[in-house]
Design a protein around this ligand. Sequence first.
Ligand code: SF4
Ligand code: SF4
Length: 167
Amino acid sequence: MSKGMSETGYLSDEELDNGPGIPSEGRRRRGPVAVLECIQDIPCNPCEASCPEGAIQVGEDITNLPHLLEEKCIGCQSCLPVCPGQAIFLVDESSTEDVSRVTMPYEFLPLPEKEETVIALDRAGQELGDTTVIRVRKTDKMDHTALVTIEVPKEWSMRTRAFKLKR
Ligand code: SF4
Ligand code: SF4
C-alpha cells in the first residue's frame, strides 16, 4: 500500500478510491460533480450546510467524513469556497473531446485570467503540463477564495488539483 495523507500530506490512490466523497467515473462523465477529498475525521461540516441539494451528508457527529450523494449533486460549486481545508473540487468529464474541466479554490494573487496558459499540478505539487484557464469566479460572498476552472487532458482530471502561473 502506498503512503497516504497522514504521511505525505496528500491522498494516495487507495485513499482516493475508498473515499466516501469521491464520485464514480460514470457520474463524472455525465457532467460537473463535486469531489470531496476529505478523509480525516476532523470536526467540520460547513460543506453539508452549503449544499442546496442535500448532496453532502456529514450527520450529527461532525467528525464523520462527508459522504457525497452523487446523483443529487448538480455541480453548482457552492461547497467549494466554504471548505477550510480546500478539499473540495469540481470535475466535469462530460466533453466528447479528450478534455475535462477541473474547478478548484485559489487564494493567491494575482489571479489568473481567462484563456491564460498555466501549469497544472498534481496533489504532490508535481507539474503535469500546460493547461488553459476557462473561468475565474470571485464574488464578495467568497471572501478571499476564487474558483478557477481549467481545462486538462481527460486522463489528468482526477490528478490535477492545483496550478501555478507561468508569468
Ligand atoms: S457542487 Fe453544489 S450540488 Fe454538488 S455537492 Fe457541492 S453544493 Fe451540493
Ligand atoms: S468543509 Fe471541507 S474539511 Fe470540512 S468536512 Fe467538508 S470537505 Fe471536509
